[in-house]
Design a protein around this ligand. Structure first.
Ligand code: DX5
Ligand code: ZN
Length: 222
């Protein structure tokens, strides 16, 4: 099944030049339909990045699918704001919620696609109860908080477990993988069942980010 699904790359702006985000996005737009936006609060993760105003500003200069990844302790308080700012997918971490169902419902009520994400230290089964309600599952393949980390090899088994469970319940949701993705492991994660590859450093750290995306895509689908 994973072989026939369409595969996309979602460049993560975390590795981009924040003084020139519009221009950075312009460079990758011709080859990237998705854009991954990492929101960190310095509490759930030990780093602070961007918030609602940045998403709102980028919405004005990009027609891409905005894949907003909330790495924050209290996502319920911000779902509506990110929806209004122009998010298309809003992904919350299962570890941050007392009641993930209500968060997923809130995202859907705002007219957006709902994603659930899982930290690499959390047993993968923790997302199973919510799989019938999601449009996307984001399997973290590094500890959330920073770009440029090494891919955790066990992530492939976790991707494949999630994809198997989604197939079992007949949900064709996107399985996204986030962290340490590059040309060398892109085909492994796709074979495991991922069809949205979040890539930060390997795109924006490259001299030609658009070419880097083309190359990772070629590896992913080979
Ligand atoms: C990490 C973020 C990732 C990060 C990936 O917490 O969720 O989206 O930007 O960056 P790379 O590709 O550099 O690992
Ligand atoms: Zn992310």
């Amino acid at each position: 099944m994973s072989q026939t699904m369409s595969v996309n790359i979602a460049p993560s702006i975390l590795a981009a030049d924040f003084s020139a985000l519009g221009a950075e996005i312009g460079r990758i737009r011709p080859v990237a339909d998705f854009l991954h936006l990492d929101v960190m609060d310095g509490h759930y993760v030990p780093n602070i990045t961007i918030g609602v105003p940045v998403v709102e500003s980028l919405r004005k200069v990009s027609d891409q699918v905005f894949d907003v990844h909330l790495m924050i302790s209290n996502p319920m308080d911000f779902i509506d704001s990110f929806a209004l700012a122009g998010a298309d997918y809003i992904t919350v971490h299962v570890e941050t919620l007392d009641d993930p169902f209500s968060a997923l419902r809130r995202i859907h009520n705002a007219g957006k696609k709902a994603g659930i994400s899982i930290h690499p230290d959390t047993p993968i089964e923790a997302v199973y109860p919510y799989l019938a309600e999601v449009d996307l599952v984001l399997v973290m393949s590094v500890r959330p908080g920073f770009g440029g980390q090494a891919f955790i090899p066990q992530s492939c088994d976790r991707i494949s477990a999630v994809r198997t469970e989604l197939i079992r319940i007949n949900n064709p949701a996107i399985v996204s993988v986030d962290g340490g993705i590059h040309k060398g492991n892109a085909s492994d994660v796709v074979r495991a069942g991922a069809n949205l590859l979040v890539v930060g450093s390997a795109v924006f750290g490259a001299e030609d980010p658009a070419q880097a995306i083309r190359e990772i895509m070629a590896c992913a689908t080979s």
